[in-house]
Structure formats: C-alpha cells, structure tokens
Design a protein around this ligand. Structure first.
Ligand SMILES: [Fe+2]
Length: 204
C-alpha cells in the first residue's frame, strides 16, 4: 500500500456531552487512533508479502494472521467513526416525531418505542461489542444487531444507521461495569439524529 492510500485518523469536535465525560472521549479518541494506525500497519505488512506477486507456503501462516487481524482493526476504525459521528453536544433525546428515522422505525417495528426497546436490549447484552441499527439497502427496513468485538455479526451490505459502542472502555471512567444501562441512557441523550437520518437509504 502506498503512503497516500493510508488512512488518516479523523478529529472529532466532540466534548461537553451529557453523561459521557470529556475524559472518556479523549481516551476513546486515542483508542480509535490506535485502530487507524494498526489498519495502516497491517495493510503495509500484507502489501510487503504480496510484493513479489505470490504468497509462499511459508508466508501463509503470517499472511492469514494479518488478514484476520485486519478484520478486527478495520472494523474497529470504521465503527468508531460512525459512533463519534452519531453523537453531538446539546442533542435533543428522541428523534423528531415526523422525521425520517421515526418513520423508518415505525415501518420496521410497530413503533419507535418498540424499535428502541430492541436496540437498548441489544446494547445490554453481556459481552464486548456494539449495538448497531442497520438498514437493508434494498427494502430500507431497519434491524438491530449485536456485533461481537468489531467484526463478528456485521451484516454484509447493510448500512449502519445508528452505532453504539458498548465495550466497557466507552463508559468505565463514568460508570461502574454494572451501570451499562445508565451509559445507554446517556448515549441516547446525545444522539445526532440529523446525521443518523442522513445515513438512511435515500436520506441524502
Ligand atoms: Fe470503543
């Protein structure tokens, strides 16, 4: 991979959120930057193996390990960008009642409340990972999914609409491990629904 194809860590103007401290965000940005660095590093190492145009048998174990780790780091980078992007300061809580997200939730579930119950339920699942609301790009239907680590459970080709980090690092400086529901409540009070609606198929 040439230098100019490397990923550059984005800067997020995110601070002063409700219930998620600046200290948590600063630490989280650093973690995110680590995923960007590792993605670039793994891609460079893989490119090195490919340089002579083939993968020798003795290179296969290392190549396989790099490729497996690439799935973890790559998704870690992309999901954190979605997560930070769907948060904002002075957000308003629930989405606008007549907005595109509410309409999509009502078309896919019985109501926005039913969608939220499911999404929050996914967020409370034990384990380390993400709660993600995806849209089916063909039908526009919303479904909520649990993603283990960063890469297990993503639905191929589906569009991430709302992304919530529920790794403990996302809230441990602010809440006890057993207080994940409080963090989820805080997350909801900071959602940037305009960004979320812009991600809906045909939303922009
Ligand atoms: Fe995270």
């Amino acid at each position: 991979m040439s230098e100019n194809q490397s990923y550059v860590a984005r800067r997020f103007q995110l601070h002063g959120l409700a219930g998620i401290s600046d200290r948590t965000l600063e630490m989280h940005f650093k973690l995110y930057e680590g995923y960007v660095r590792e993605t670039n590093r793994l891609e460079a190492e893989i490119a090195e193996i490919l340089e002579d145009g083939r993968i020798d048998q003795d290179e296969m174990p290392a190549y396989s390990e790099l490729k497996r780790r690439l799935g973890f780091e790559y998704n870690g980078m992309v999901l954190h960008e979605h997560y930070f992007d769907n948060l904002r300061r002075h957000a308003g809580g629930d989405p606008p009642r007549d907005g595109a997200f509410t309409r999509a939730a009502e078309a896919s579930f019985d109501s926005y409340a039913a969608w939220k119950t499911d999404f929050v339920g996914v967020g409370k699942m034990r384990g380390v990972g993400w709660a993600i609301c995806y849209a089916d790009p063909v039908s526009g239907r919303l479904t909520n999914h649990w993603v283990t680590l960063h890469e297990v459970g993503n639905v191929a080709g589906f569009v991430p609409i709302l992304v919530m980090d529920v790794w403990e690092h996302a809230f441990l400086l602010d809440y006890a491990p057993a207080e994940r529901p409080k963090y989820i409540e805080a997350f909801f009070s900071n959602i940037d629904w305009r960004t979320v609606e812009g991600r809906l198929p045909g939303g922009r």
